[in-house]
Design a protein around this ligand. Sequence first.
Ligand code: PLP
Length: 375
Amino acid sequence: MENIYFDNSATTKIYRAALKKYVEVSENLYENSSALHIGGINAEREIEKSRRIVARSFGASTDEIIFTSGGTEGDNMAILGVAYANSRKGKHIITSSIEHHAVLHTCQHLEKEGFEVTYIKPQKDGKIDPLDVEQAIRHDTILISVMSANNETGVFQPINEIKALCGDIILHTDAVQAYGKMNFSDINADLITVSAHKVHGPKGVGTLYVKKGTKITPVIFGGNQDGILHSGTMNTPAISSFAKAVEIFNANLEKNIVYLKSLRSYMIEKLNSIDDILINGYDAVNVVNVSFKGVRGEVLLHSLESEGIYVSTGSACNSKSTDISYVISSMGVPREFAEGTIRISFSEFNTKEEIDFTVEKIENILNLLRRFKRR
Ligand code: PLP
């Protein structure tokens, strides 16, 4: 058997057609899309074609789509841009304690600049309660930033219910983990961040959706190549390859969601035959976040790796740390379980046979580790 890749929340394998597109555009449309000659005009046309494809996937118009270098940049642009543009109105921001570091560290940076941030904790099931958000709203709240789906548990958040409470407060959602796992025309937010490499596109490219009329200021300055909010030479091959990936996943979106959910349920059903485990969070599409009592997540991870199975202990940016994940501890998972947490995340390329093989290996490894511990 080939290696089993169950770390799709960290990144996905690029679709072959998206990779082909990347190479073709690098070779044939390498000119600078801001150049006035026909080479530049053709590159610009390719970008605009890609923008139409990405905009359609959001149910948005093309002037609401900005190409970024990925999720981190999109989150930074959205949060800093809204904070600076609206600081005269107020300096209070609401976010959750389980956001990705691209959001948390940006908010912490703003705190050093005099903004106040309220961090809402999730409930035990990993969900943010809209009532907690409502109670945190103040007269000087200018921005709410809550992720659409969590990167460690995959749990979806009630974005539309939060939007209904916002009034004139701007709502940003980091939807990096939700893109390709729900119909995006259904999300109601003023700013939405996504990243191509989580949906079988290339790394280093993404989109920030900015609803028309949203008050935001640029935080990156230069030649205004992608409108006033984003400067820098346009990355034509990456953008075009991203759009190809979007076309592919959108053609099968509903079917893929059903398939991913079936893999998740199948894995949970199999894992439930093991003693002393906790499945963390429900309402996810492609992630099983599971804690095993009395073992260490990283030991389990490396034991699985030696069997050719790739999982992670938390989010990719966090996975080198052996500390307990802040997401899992925010959900109140007891320490003896939290230490033994792994994240198994699927893509459309995974199969039930891979799950059978993996659960069998997990059982063997746990038997060994737990027996060793009892001695
Ligand atoms: N936000 C979330 C929820 C993520 O999972 C990630 C990546 O792991 C990011 C932001 C950062 O995206 P990128 O790797 O494209 O910078």
